[in-house]
Design a protein around this ligand. Sequence first.
Ligand SMILES: Nc1ncnc2c1ncn2[C@@H]1O[C@H](COP(=O)(O)OP(=O)(O)OP(=O)(O)O)[C@@H](O)[C@H]1O
Ligand SMILES: [Mg+2]
Length: 520
Amino acid sequence: MPLNATKEEKPAKRPRVMVVDDERVTRRALELILGSEFDVKMLESGNKAVDHIRQDMDFDVVSLDLNMPGLSGIETLKVIKQHSPTTEVLLVTAFQDIESAKQALKLGAYDYIEKPINKDAYRQSIRKGVRRRQKALASEKAQQQLKIVKAQLVHSEKLSAIGELLAGVVHEINNPLAGILGYSELLLFREQSPEKTHKYIKNIQQSAVLCQKIVQKLLAFSRKQKPKKEYVQVKDIVESTLELLQHEITKNAVQVVNQFADNVPCTIADSYQLQQVFLNIINNAVQAMKEQTRLGTLTLKSGFDDKSIRISIYDNGPGIPGENLQKIFEPFFTTKPEGQGTGLGLSICYEIIQEHGGNIYVSSELGSGTHFFVELPIAEPDKPLPTVASPDKAEQMPGSKKILVIDAKETGYDLLENMISALEHQVDVAHDAFSAKLKLKSENYDVIISNMNMPELSGQQLYEHLNQVKPELLSKILFITSGVISEEVRRFIEQSGIPCISKPFGLDEIQEAVQNIETT
Ligand SMILES: Nc1ncnc2c1ncn2[C@@H]1O[C@H](COP(=O)(O)OP(=O)(O)OP(=O)(O)O)[C@@H](O)[C@H]1O
Ligand SMILES: [Mg+2]
């Protein structure tokens, strides 16, 4: 800026006042009182004031005659407050209008002044109205800013939670992925001896299985699946979980003290999800106890009152240090060595138990052991109990079925074709919708394995097609999904009851699913 330049002051904006009065003499007198200090707009009726405020709400104060022909002062006040709540209203009344003035105060006017008007009192009151409005505007602005800051904070908290989750995923998956890539490269590098080739393939397989487990746990965690509702005896689920873990328990010389009572009431639950909970808690306990020299003991107890069932799982392992105790239900918190724990187990347990309307607690003492405590609501069935289907492995039977694979992608059908042949079933492949429909028309199959995302023959379309042309084949369908499905597809799967396998899958899973489809 040049030295001799003077900074031009912007004139301060004068407060804006609207005067509404039907008497010309009064309007003139009020204009003279306010003129030099305020920016004044004169109007002669309530109707005009209302029309004007609808277009231009930025008045600090409205000086309003209470007693006017046409729209009354009270009605005018209501409309002004509705359109511009921060505009302050001063009433000008005759002595006999005091009751109406009091009513107007209740409706939001800040003050009233009686005629004949005292010049100074009137000016003071208008100034008071201006101050009140400016305060209200400042607080409104502060509130809005606070709202913005709060929204930003919530957004940044969400982002940081997602960031932490992603970092955990990347960290967990990168390790097994390094194994898969490294050993594949070694295999392709140059001819290997058969033993080396076998060892590399074994390593690739182990790393891939680890990736699969991580992905499955993540899906279980992120889906927050609604549990299936069936009456279950928790005792049955605990016992089938112990059976599944029998090998681990014996291998680590853990003694099991099962004090689960027979008379524990039922709960409504998803038996598969509950099994996941007990599987993880017991697995954690066994893993903790195998690290110590003293003999490990796992104790299971039950209890109930008129509302809930309580399941206690005690171990006499090393216990959990106080600083870790608050973190164990957080996703990705683990103290296990690289590749041995994802830290998702207990966070999934927590989600599942919450979905079931229950609670999960932990108490632990260093050097003595840990106690997990699961509480579930009681639900007594009024009809006989359905038997609990325990998710055991299907019996492995020799293959002999005629299977159609429908998949457009080479990586999809080639893998399935090879797996099904390895399981000694007969396999036929359709690469597109046209040939699939043709084969389905001319042949009969024991099982139809179809990719849910097949172009021109999605899962739903295949279902509708068979429903029209060969409904007897509907019970033969087995869908393959990518593992991530839309809400609509999930609903379709649930309603149709068609079994699904999500990628990645192993030979066992294919065999089990194929065996579960009945041959007619
Ligand atoms: N019974 C227990 N005794 C001692 N520590 C335990 C026990 N149960 C859980 N923990 C601690 O809680 C951590 C989190 O358990 P969580 O089941 O969530 O994950 P993880 O077992 O480490 O991994 P994952 O379940 O995915 O294989 C464990 O790493 C371990 O430090
Ligand atoms: Mg675990």
